[in-house]
Design a protein around this ligand. Structure first.
Ligand code: SF4
Ligand code: SF4
Length: 101
């Protein structure tokens, strides 16, 4: 099932079920420090799984099936340092940014 599309920075009430598991412990972060949780919340994630490797040694990202049956990345905020690499290098984000130029 395709996740609903919402604008980046907004919160979807239906696309964040997998994110919500860790959201309560999410520290405050600025717009400059997005994670792939924001890609999922924006309905842009394709489930490619690239972000798991992008996170590298921190291994803060795991792919999990959400309530809608979609395979999506979930960020363990106890391991994440908010470096933003997973977001910046996410193919869905890069494609969105390139289509805006
Ligand atoms: S790299 Fe981007 S599109 Fe691929 S699974 Fe991670 S968040 Fe989704
Ligand atoms: S922001 Fe950095 S540490 Fe956090 S999940 Fe993404 S790549 Fe990993």
């Amino acid at each position: 099932m395709k996740l609903p599309r919402v604008e980046l920075g907004q919160t979807s009430t239906t696309a964040t079920s997998a994110v919500n598991a860790t959201k309560s412990s999410t520290p405050a972060r600025s717009k400059e420090h997005h994670t792939v949780a924001d890609v999922v919340a924006a309905g842009l994630c394709t489930g490619c799984g690239d972000c798991v490797a992008l996170c590298g040694r921190r291994q803060a990202i795991s792919m999990q099936t959400n309530d809608a049956g979609d395979l999506v990345p979930v960020v363990d905020m106890s391991l994440c340092n908010l470096c933003g690499k997973c977001y910046r290098k996410c193919p869905a984000i890069l494609e969105t940014q390139s289509s805006q130029h």
